[in-house]
Design a protein around this ligand. Structure first.
Ligand code: SAM
Length: 246
């Protein structure tokens, strides 16, 4: 046996893992995602769509200062609204409703969501309406693939909410997002970073350390201006922040 083979065997590097034995399988995760979100659309889309329309008719912006990220900070929310209204904004992993798709008052919206075409088709079939309208630029791809046309173009906001732990390579996505963001661009990030009771097919763990994410974002050129409160009380470690690109 050669020296390299021996060393590999000693380190356990020559073992073949059985498929699905604890590794994250993104194709499987996306099947899980579609199964869950088809039910979410079936059960909630008509109600959410009418609520968004009613709010718009009453002059509302749908998202408000009391909601996640802003936590009641009216000044921060007002600054965000002023920043994003006429600038280019991007959401990654929007899911069927998302943050940007219902906010039609933002002029220039882009979504990277591999299941976007399926979400659109299901909504149109159910109600004849969809949040994935033609004025929304949609990339139905994985966010790990760099989109060169987006580099240094996003000057409004990037939103990534409850999606990073559903993707295969969270760090590559964060790197790509840092390349898309221009100086002054907001970054609203919220994700589970560890599933304390174990995770299912749709999720995976990223890190147990929120501090590492703060440091990573800083290294990628984002100033974290606030960390946000966790959504759940137990079972998960979460990370959330509002940051600004330097
Ligand atoms: C839990 S859902 C999103 C929830 C939504 N952001 C919200 O806050 O309501 C996670 C989404 O991430 C998407 N996703 C999974 N892998 C992805 C990837 N590699 N790139 C971009 N989006 C991905 C899934 O298709 C799914 O729609």
């Amino acid at each position: 046996m050669g020296a390299v083979t021996f060393l590999k065997r000693m380190a356990g590097l020559d073992r073949q893992e059985a498929p699905g034995s604890g590794t994250f399988d993104h194709a499987k995760a996306q099947e899980y995602e579609w199964r869950n979100n088809a039910v979410v659309i079936r059960d909630h889309f008509p109600e959410v769509y009418s609520a968004v329309e009613a709010d718009r008719a009453a002059g509302g912006l749908w998202y408000r200062a009391e909601h996640q990220f802003f936590e009641g900070d009216e000044a921060l929310y007002a600054d965000f609204v002023a920043r994003v209204r006429d600038r280019k904004c991007l959401e990654v992993g929007s899911g069927p409703f998302g943050f940007l798709p219902p906010l039609s008052w933002i002029k220039n919206r882009i979504v990277i969501e591999p299941l976007a075409d399926k979400y659109r088709a299901a909504q149109l079939e159910q109600l004849g309406k969809t949040f994935f309208t033609d004025d929304l630029k949609v990339y139905a791809t994985n966010a790990e693939a760099l989109l060169p046309e987006l580099v240094a173009t996003i000057d409004g906001a990037i939103i990534c909410r409850n999606a990073l732990d559903h993707c295969e390579d969270a760090l590559t996505i964060l790197h790509n997002l840092s390349r898309y963001a221009k100086a002054g661009c907001y970054f609203l990030l919220w994700t589970d970073i560890w599933h304390l009771d174990g995770h299912d097919d749709g999720h995976h763990n990223i890190t147990k350390s929120p501090e590492i994410l703060d440091a990573l974002l800083s290294g990628l050129g984002f100033d974290v201006i606030k960390n946000i409160k966790p959504v759940r009380e137990s079972g998960y470690l979460e990370y959330g922040c509002v940051a600004l690109k330097r």
